[in-house]
Design a protein around this ligand. Structure first.
Ligand code: SF4
Ligand code: SF4
Length: 344
């Protein structure tokens, strides 16, 4: 299927058209924090951004807080009321790193467990990717098998070719959407050449590199090196930002709010960086900070590859950009000892 293209000034029209079928989400700073927010029908200023949002699009599939069900107790027992299904989402402007993150966490929510809340949103959603033409200094996506302007994890992919975007159909879902989207022009060979050049330029702009060769084995060998992990964890203040805003972190906590005989069960994001995360009545296996920092690093680069054959990091750079004390995961991974050392 030949690629299509759209003039940038026609993007609002396209989004409004798609809004008739989907709840369309676009990058927005309306709330004060860059996140995917419901399309307001006019603002396309996000087209000039060249970076992923602060809150990753995982929030559209695993909300920061969500109601799981309501319950009421009467003489016959508990009555459960499930929340209504949400509208089908179209996420416009998702970056390739964040689309890859969704594919990575699918392994947990689709394969290991079948999470009905996540799956109902994920299966009905359309992802429309937008390439990063000026990746941030903290991005290292190319070391994690992600290209800033190319993606196999979206349904449609847009590339900036000047006054226009080239639109590539990546999945069957994307092809079906394009088949019913009228008014787009076919891309020319010249457009394709411009897109190819733009993708290469974007790729070359990612200068931060991380060598992950043998990283899982090195982490395994260093697991008991308390001295190393204490040094690594020294400046961390356990704020949890790097995990809450990481697109591949998906830990959540579950709480019931109960008033007399009725209540609501919620789930909300949680972080393995918090001291209470593993607190149990008699003990806490990760009371010390170094153990929690070790868990965060090893889960992404050792345990997740062991379980699902993929590293749970896309090099999106958020944990580097947003950490209040400049803790840098690339520096940490580069400093893992090549061989096991004797711990304290
Ligand atoms: S963002 Fe920085 S300070 Fe906060 S938990 Fe992560 S590493 Fe620690
Ligand atoms: S660990 Fe850091 S760079 Fe990797 S996906 Fe998470 S936030 Fe992005």
């Amino acid at each position: 299927m030949a690629n299509k293209k759209i003039n940038k000034k026609d993007i609002a029209k396209l989004l409004n058209k798609w809004s008739q079928e989907f709840a369309v989400f676009v990058p927005s700073r309306e709330s004060g924090v860059a996140e995917m927010a419901k399309w307001d029908g006019k603002d396309v200023s996000f087209l000039d951004w060249y970076r992923n949002t602060i809150v990753p699009p995982k929030a559209n599939f695993l909300p920061q807080m969500e109601e799981m069900f309501r319950f009421q107790k009467d003489k016959e027992g508990y009555k459960i009321e499930l929340p209504p299904d949400g509208a089908k989402q179209l996420i416009f402007g998702i970056r390739p790193c964040d689309a890859r993150a969704m594919a990575i966490i699918d392994a947990n929510f689709k394969e290991l467990y079948q999470d009905p809340y996540y799956l109902s949103r994920r299966n009905s959603a359309v992802l429309v990717g937008l390439g990063c033409m000026n990746p941030s200094e903290s991005c290292f996506c190319t070391s994690m098998g992600v290209s800033p302007a190319e993606s196999k994890d979206v349904d449609l992919m847009l590339t900036d070719i000047g006054d226009e975007f080239l639109i590539e159909e990546v999945s069957d879902k994307g092809r079906k959407l394009m088949a019913k989207t009228t008014g787009l022009k076919g891309a020319t060979k010249n457009d394709e050449a411009k897109a190819k050049e733009a993708k290469k330029t974007a790729y070359d702009k990612v200068t931060r590199k991380l060598d992950t060769e043998g990283i899982a084995d090195k982490l395994l060998a260093s697991f008991d090196d308390q001295d190393f992990w204490e040094k690594v964890a020294a400046k961390c203040i356990s704020c949890g930002i790097c995990t809450l805003l990481c697109p591949t972190c998906y830990c959540f906590d579950i709480n019931d709010e109960l008033v007399r005989q009725q209540g609501t069960r919620f789930r909300n994001w949680d972080s393995c960086g918090f001291p209470v995360y593993t607190k149990m009545p008699m003990e806490n296996p990760r009371a010390e900070k170094w153990r929690r920092v070790r868990q965060k690093v090893c889960h992404k680069f050792e345990f997740y590859p062991m379980n699902f054959d993929v590293i749970a990091c896309t090099g999106c750079g958020r944990c580097i950009r947003l950490c209040p004390v400049n803790w840098d995961i690339t520096q940490v991974l580069e400093s893992v000892p090549a061989k096991a050392r004797v711990g304290k």
